[in-house]
Design a binder for this molecule. Structure first.
Ligand code: SAM
Length: 313
């Protein structure tokens, strides 16, 4: 069922850049050279030529690990630690009006869930139809559209969106220059790109992660690589962005209480009485430690924001 006809005007053919129309269960470009299926739950499928090799690998990977990933987000200690990370993000964005927003690598639509009814029109992009179906269940409203598409070839129009969000998605994309170019292309002048991602600027995390990424069955080391400041910020600048924020957070508490999809022992924490309180204690410690100047860049997660400069201003 496809009930988002109003939102089609935000879309374009990823091959030709032409407008799309909905006809006989498909989205078709104006010259009728390309058409895209809409699946039975109403998700347009921009697959085929539009998919990079990395996207194909991640599609297969996430369709397989989706259940573990979703279970992980539900553990009490993960939820508690995640709340701390979420509040850190919400504080940053509390005074912004969000008109039309894109969540790339949206999974179940984590950012849209946090923003509640602040989003006028929301577009979720992911490669995994398994994850997108979950998102679709969470957001049945007609002002949300979930699309199966590759982050580096978005079926979305130029200069259109006020916000783009990526939580846990950039590190899945190898071709980051193309990713940032795409995000820059679809944002309005003055539009903002927010991300929250694993970061490995601190050598200890870098080594530990190198081992975990290599051997965990729930990670795909060929397509997953945490961010570093030195790589990311110059790429953003090259795409045209002004990078206004790079804040790391999450130290030991993050290590212990997040990542139960990867660190299997951590799943047992849910049986420990008072686990939420214990997690909150570690959060308080992490908050204190990250204030130590030497550890400022040592967090395991980075929250960042870059702006598409309005050339007229
Ligand atoms: C770690 S999950 C993050 C999900 C969600 N943003 C969250 O915070 O829970 C990464 C997501 O990125 C998606 N993904 C990976 N590579 C992608 C690509 N090239 N284009 C679009 N989505 C991609 C995966 O299918 C998966 O749902």
């Amino acid at each position: 069922m496809f009930n988002q006809n109003e939102l089609i005007k935000y879309l374009m053919c990823p091959q030709t850049g032409e407008d799309l129309i909905y006809q006989s269960g498909k989205l078709q470009n104006s010259s009728a050279s390309n058409s895209y299926e809409v699946n039975k739950v109403g998700i347009p499928l921009f697959v085929g030529q539009s998919f990079s090799q990395d996207a194909k690998t991640q599609e297969a990977h996430y369709d397989k690990v989706a259940d573990d990933y979703i279970a992980n987000i539900g553990y009490p200690h993960t939820q508690e630690y995640m709340r701390y990370l979420d509040l850190a993000f919400l504080e940053l964005i509390e005074n912004e009006e969000i008109h039309s927003a894109v969540e790339i690598c949206c999974g179940k639509g984590e950012v849209f869930s946090l923003l509640g009814n602040r989003v006028a029109n929301g577009f979720g992009v992911d490669v995994s139809t398994r994850m997108l179906s979950e998102a679709k269940k969470n957001f049945p409203n007609s002002n949300y559209l979930f699309l199966q598409a590759d982050a580096i070839k978005l079926p979305l129009k130029n200069n259109t969106f006020s916000h783009v969000f990526m939580f846990g998605g950039i590190h899945h994309v190898n071709n980051r220059q193309q990713l940032f170019n795409e995000i820059y292309r679809i944002l309005q002048p003055g539009g903002k790109f927010y991300w929250r991602e694993p970061v490995s600027d601190f050598f200890v995390w870098k080594w530990i992660r190198a081992v975990i990424y290599r051997f965990s069955p729930n990670l795909d080391h060929t397509t997953e690589r945490p961010l570093t400041y030195e790589e990311t910020v110059p790429l953003l600048h090259k795409s045209g962005f002004k990078c206004g924020l790079w804040k790391t957070l999450g130290l030991l508490g993050f290590c212990f209480f997040m990542n139960s999809d990867v660190l299997v022992f951590n799943r047992l924490f849910r049986f420990i009485p008072g686990i939420r309180k214990i997690t909150r204690f570690f959060i308080a410690m992490d908050k204190l430690m990250i204030k130590i100047p030497l550890l400022k860049r040592a967090g395991l997660q980075v929250i960042g924001c870059a702006e598409k400069i309005d050339v007229k201003s």
